[in-house]
Design a protein around this ligand. Structure first.
Ligand SMILES: [Zn+2]
Length: 306
């Protein structure tokens, strides 16, 4: 299996609740544990400005490119502006485009980054600058590779940017399973929103996920699913209020791959958020997602080896 990854995914955030070194740490763990081989790591090309403009306003792109964001705009992003940040988000968008293409070719594509679902066409917020998943979907559509896509957002925070971008678009079906009593406020409607109460644990979450996937896939037939495998529904997350365990999150990933595989739908994975008290837990959760994904690559009917 290929892992789309760049050392420049690091958003250069320094001492921040968002551990932007996580991308490198996850890649290292996957290599250490022989989940992936060095030759399976694919370096993405950055998205072009024309790709980005399929989703974002040209004026916003220009301000990002030329360090012209206002103080208030940077505050709203909640991450410090830097040339490295700009490079990282353009690369992450390119990585999600590539993961989408790999998904269509091989059944599964993994971007070892991305999932910046709080980015809107004209502004960034909540640590998200460019909406890489939306850009990838628009680019795949433009290239004629797909017509219909689904986003399955399992980050603990609702995918407000994605919901707003595709709100009036019948070619993209957005699903978000999140904690209701948490950022963002307001929550623009996805096609299917599941507002979970505080403290939901594994069993309840996994049952809700199964029902939600069944409903979404009965209402809409996507040619690709973009899965945002947020690590922040974890019980030790600093910005989340759900109570999933490491094992529960791994089970979550397996359900997503099993259900989509059963219908023959390719999946492109992005990581999205993760703010566990111990960075090692966030790294473990994301690495597990990739590990579970490898079980489904190249097999027609599910895991080859249990
Ligand atoms: Zn989140």
């Amino acid at each position: 299996m290929k892992l789309v990854y760049s050392d420049q995914y690091d958003l250069n955030l320094g001492n921040h609740v968002f551990p932007s070194t996580k991308y490198r740490l996850i890649k290292e763990k996957l290599l250490q544990e022989n989940v992936i081989k060095p030759q399976e790591i694919v370096d993405p090309a950055p998205a072009t400005d024309d790709d980005v403009a399929l989703v974002h306003d040209r004026n916003y792109i220009w301000k990002l490119r030329n360090a012209k964001l206002s103080y208030v705009e940077i505050l709203r992003m909640e991450v410090p502006y830097s040339p490295e940040l700009v490079q990282a988000v353009w690369l992450s968008a390119g990585g999600s485009i590539l993961a989408g293409r790999l998904a269509l070719e091989e059944g599964l594509g993994v971007n070892g980054g991305g999932g910046f679902h709080h980015a809107f066409p004209d502004h960034g917020e909540g640590f998200c600058v460019l909406n890489d998943v939306a850009i990838a979907i628009r680019r795949l559509q433009k290239d004629g590779l797909i017509e219909r896509a689904m986003t399955l957002d399992c980050d603990v925070h609702q995918g407000n940017g994605t919901a707003a971008i595709f709100g009036a678009d019948e070619t993209v079906y957005t699903v978000s399973i999140h904690q209701e009593n948490n950022y963002p406020y307001p929550k623009p409607p996805s096609n299917l929103d599941v507002n979970l109460p505080n403290g939901v644990q594994d069993t309840e979450y996994l049952a809700v996920l199964e029902d939600t996937l069944d409903q979404a896939l009965s209402e809409f037939a996507p040619q690709v699913v973009f899965y945002l495998a947020g690590a922040d529904p974890y019980q030790e997350d600093q910005l989340g209020g759900l109570k999933l365990t490491l094992l529960g999150l791994e089970h979550r990933d397996r359900i997503v791959f099993e259900r989509t595989r059963a219908k023959g739908i390719p999946v492109a994975v992005t990581f999205a958020g993760g703010y566990a008290r111990h960075v090692a837990d966030t790294v473990r959760i994301h690495a597990n997602t990739v590990k579970v994904a490898t079980e489904f690559v190249g097999s027609e009917s599910g895991p080859a080896v249990q």
